[in-house]
Design a protein around this ligand. Structure first.
Ligand code: NAD
Length: 383
């Protein structure tokens, strides 16, 4: 099957790269890498594959074989699996590995895995030798529609999530939807919550397509993923993200409009708070975003910004993504406090992304939202 293509250009960084989406693409990723990486005369370049044991065990051999067939030397570095390993310690180990393997600026990193692998590998690529090319080969739905696109890279720190990082665009993104066939159902639900986030921000055809896809899809039945439909859905999702990133690639602090990159934080104020109060253990990131969308919807409705139909559409589609894990023993007060914990870091105001209607995001400072409204919205969702 030929790959569908979406081009992403960030004019201020003079960067353009292509996102290829299709089925059966991994076995040809060596030839794809050649089209993405600047060609050099002389010796074959080396590609460091960064992954984890689980993903590499599933897809590593196919990727490595294809890269070698295309003339690349390869080396492999596997990180431990899990959000808690997206940290400075893993980063240091990866940088040491790249040094030991003597990667030069004409070599590259290929990130094979979910958002954790992609964020860590992307950040390492951005600082090793002041920057070497990185190729993203995302294998979770969340990474395919969101984290591999747009160039945000980061690691977590003891003082917060994603607080050390960089904006660094990859040289190419290859999305093989066949990898979704091995993804656990909860990871699919998590990915669909991020897809709903983007669909609700975009509105129109993307919202309809996402909703239609979910109407007939059960995350527990991943063997039945309709490949043509999921390729079209991912294409629409990345095209939306590419458009937003192209207009505001570094998420300008000054912008508050409905097309700024900040809108992609829809659902994330509550999501980050929930992840924090559950010690990053109870919820997948995308599941926390699912809850966050519902809270933002409730606040929008309470402020009279979003009407009842709009809120219902949002709630219905989140429900279709699959069950969100129940949240026991967490009070609305605790979640609310976690939403404002790093207010100082954010210039004293938290920007809430709310909806005027599906497809019409609006950014509102928390100084304009009564605390009781936020707490009530959280209370409603916890029920
Ligand atoms: N850079 C960005 O713009 C951006 C955007 C959103 C999220 N993120 C980051 O992404 C991360 C979350 O990413 P994620 O949801 O992909 O989680 P993840 O990378 O932890 O992957 C989830 C799990 O699925 C496994 N896995 C991956 N691919 C698989 C496959 N094909 N088959 C079976 N198992 C597979 C992984 O080993 C892991 O256990 C967070 O760290 C978040 O901060 C970054």
């Amino acid at each position: 099957m030929d790959a569908q293509k979406v081009k992403i250009t960030t004019p201020k960084e003079s960067s353009t790269y292509e996102i290829g989406i299709g089925s059966g693409l991994l076995t040809n990723c060596g030839a794809w890498a050649k089209t993405c990486l600047p060609s050099l005369t002389g010796a074959a370049k080396k590609i460091a594959i960064v992954s984890n044991k689980k993903v590499f065990g599933l897809y590593g051999a196919a990727v490595e074989k294809s890269l070698r067939r295309a003339g690349y030397k390869t080396c492999v570095w596997l990180m431990s699996d899990g959000e808690k390993y997206k940290d400075l310690n893993s980063l240091q180990k990866l940088l040491a590995f790249l040094g030991k393997e003597k990667l030069t600026r004409s070599d590259a990193i290929l990130a094979l895995g979910g958002g954790v692998v992609g964020d860590l590998a992307g950040f390492a690529a951005s600082i090793y030798l002041r920057g070497i090319p990185v190729l993203q080969v995302p294998t979770t739905l969340l990474a395919q529609i969101d984290s591999s696109v747009g160039g945000k890279t980061a690691v977590n720190t003891p003082f917060g999530k994603n607080l050390i990082g960089n904006f660094y665009q990859p040289h190419g993104v290859l999305i093989d939807v066949d990898t979704l066939g091995t993804l656990p159902p909860r990871e699919l639900t998590a990915g669909f919550c991020e897809a709903i986030k983007q669909a609700a921000l975009a509105g129109g055809a993307l919202f309809t397509r996402t909703k239609r896809f979910l109407e007939t899809f059960d995350p527990r039945d991943r063997a039945r993923i309709d490949k043509i439909a999921i390729i079209e859905l991912i294409k629409g999702q990345v095209a939306f993200k590419a458009k937003i990133v192209a207009g505001d690639h570094r998420e300008s602090l000054l912008r508050q409009d409905g097309k700024s990159r900040k809108i992609l934080n829809f659902g994330h104020t509550t999501a980050h708070a929930l992840e924090k109060v559950t010690h990053y253990q109870q919820l997948k990131h995308g599941e926390a975003v699912g809850y966050g969308l519902l809270v933002a919807g409730e606040i929008s409705k309470s402020l009279g910004v979003l009407d009842a139909n709009g809120l219902k559409s949002l709630k219905d589609v989140v429900k279709q993504a699959g069950p969100l894990p129940p949240l026991h023993n967490i009070t609305p007060e605790k979640i609310y406090r976690a939403t404002v914990f790093d207010k100082k870091n954010l210039g004293g105001v938290i920007s809430w992304v709310l909806l005027k209607e599906i497809g019409q995001p609006v950014i509102v400072g928390d100084d304009k939202i009564p605390a009781a409204t936020i707490k009530n919205a959280i209370r409603t969702i916890l029920k």
